[in-house]
Design a protein around this ligand. Structure first.
Ligand SMILES: [Zn+2]
Length: 494
């Protein structure tokens, strides 16, 4: 709905196409830091006692020439204790120390126009003093009293695998008994199990299940997400998964997806890496291109599970390069179980984002920072596999823009970005500000969505979460049962 709506209203803030890199800290090139015990790094990073706010905020944010007098607006969120816009100067993303600063307007209101885009954020009396704004029921369709509540941008989930058939609760039991990811993989479980069930499932079943999952996801505050194929590993099923994701985006569902082709998720049991890579390039991708031409499939990004013993460097590069030639953004799984020089690979190929990075090394962090490659961190992976989490602190200190994703898939069955932010803070030592930035503007930017999403600035969509507490941080603090009062997409309650 409204994705192709009118051009964004010009805003007060100047949008820059690139943000200068933060100076890199000495920690970036200190190998000793990589092996520091958790207690030591914890000592170095005491959490701030209160929210770090951006200094010198303007008193309000307003579209430059909003509207003619007497215009009808879609919704007015009135008198929230806090409206966390995250950005206030049109930042495309945040890195380094800026990740710990969020823009907060206190006792503020937010106005959304009929195109679903934000027109104003700031004090209600300043809005009411505008000659173009007529505050009555014929000019504001929905008025939402947010007294005692706070508002944050809708979350952008940077990494999900939401199309699949068959759950893997039995494997969860095996893992609890001590089996590793690779043990399960070798025993024909893991991806192999899901591939078998997904191949057998119809478009209808996959689509119905996807919509149910998206219903749950949006209730938890996610208003945009990345979503991958990758449980087909053959041409027909990969195209089927992309068709289901595309059909979802064409449906009336408010949660829209950035669609990723992940034929290179795993090598099927009966094929060699070389043969399967050739199949991806010579059969799967051409079939997807034909489906794109007929309009049944849309693809935004290309991904490969770049891992020792799965997709090696030459094969990974060949597949990602082919996707890039077709105009798909490179957004791949890297350095999850082994250090694979993913930052170098990403820099050479012009990647937008690399996910996982549990084993990322200093040199690759530096290359990611230098080339503005987003680190999409997935705290549920380390949690569920009981492996060391990625070095979030070090990535941030090096100036790598960090984003967050749920990694929702049958292995890590989590669709909750509030829970992901909590895990990022507790297990990865991020501050609550950093977690919010990573789950909003940075994850939006990792998917090239920063012009429309990720902050509550004029011109962007009115996608937001109303929190039933005057302090926004309760969305992270109240783990497992976050106090979400309501979720809005383009100013409409969902
Ligand atoms: Zn994944």
């Amino acid at each position: 709905m409204g994705e192709q709506s009118p051009a964004p209203i010009p805003t007060l803030a100047v949008r820059t196409s690139a943000i200068p890199h933060q100076p890199r800290s000495a920690a970036c090139s200190s190998p000793a830091d990589l092996i520091s015990p958790p207690a030591a790094s914890n000592d170095q990073h005491q959490p701030a006692p209160t929210t770090t706010k951006m200094t010198a905020l303007p008193p309000y944010l307003m579209a430059a020439n909003p509207v003619a007098s007497g215009t009808v607006f879609r919704s007015l969120f009135r008198n929230a204790a806090q409206i966390v816009t995250v950005c206030a100067r049109g930042e495309t993303h945040k890195s380094g120390a800026a990740m710990d600063q969020v823009a907060i307007f206190e006792n503020a209101s937010l106005l959304v126009d009929q195109a679903g885009r934000i027109v104003y954020v700031g004090p209600l009396d300043t809005l009411e003093a505008q000659p173009w704004f007529l505050h009555d029921s014929t000019h504001v369709e929905f008025e939402i009293d947010c007294t005692g509540q706070s508002i944050v941008p809708g979350f952008v989930d940077g990494h999900t695998h939401p199309v699949f058939a068959g759950d893997r609760v039995h494997e969860f039991a095996l893992k609890l008994a001590g089996a590793t990811y690779l043990d399960i993989h070798k025993a024909g479980g893991g991806i192999g199990f899901t591939v078998q069930h997904t191949r057998a499932a119809s478009d209808e079943t996959l689509f119905a299940d996807l919509q149910k999952r998206m219903d749950r996801m949006i209730k938890l505050g996610t208003t945009f997400a990345e979503a991958k194929s990758g449980y087909g590993l053959d041409t027909a099923t990969e195209v089927k998964m992309l068709r289901v994701l595309t059909r979802h985006n064409k449906s009336h569902h408010a949660l829209k997806l950035s669609i990723t082709y992940l034929g290179g998720h795993s090598v099927p049991k009966d094929k060699t890496l070389a043969a399967y890579t050739q199949e991806i390039i010579d059969e799967q991708i051409p079939a997807i291109v034909r489906a794109v031409e007929t309009g049944t499939v849309h693809v935004d990004n290309i991904d490969v599970f770049y891992e020792k013993g799965v997709f090696e460097r030459a094969e990974t590069e060949a597949v990602l390069r082919r996707g890039k030639e077709l105009g798909w953004a490179i957004n791949f799984h890297g350095d999850e179980l082994h250090a694979m020089a993913s930052g170098e690979v990403g820099a050479q190929l012009g990647a937008r984002a690399i996910s996982h990075l549990e084993e990322v090394q200093d040199r690759d962090m530096e290359m990611m920072a230098k080339n503005t490659i987003f680190a999409t961190l997935l705290p549920t992976t380390a949690y569920v596999l009981r492996i060391a989490p990625p070095p979030a602190r070090k990535l941030i200190d090096c100036g790598v823009p960090v984003a967050l994703g749920s990694d929702f898939n049958p292995n890590a069955h989590c669709m909750s970005m509030p829970h992901v932010m909590n895990l990022a803070c507790v297990n990865m030592k991020m501050t609550m500000n950093e977690a919010l930035v990573a789950a909003t503007i940075n994850s939006a930017a990792s998917l090239h969505q920063e012009a429309d999403r990720g902050s509550l600035e004029p011109g962007k969509f009115g996608d937001l979460v109303v929190i039933d507490n005057p302090d926004w941080r309760h969305i992270i603090y109240q783990m497992a049962d976050p106090p979400i009062a309501a979720v809005y997409v383009q100013g409409t309650r969902v």
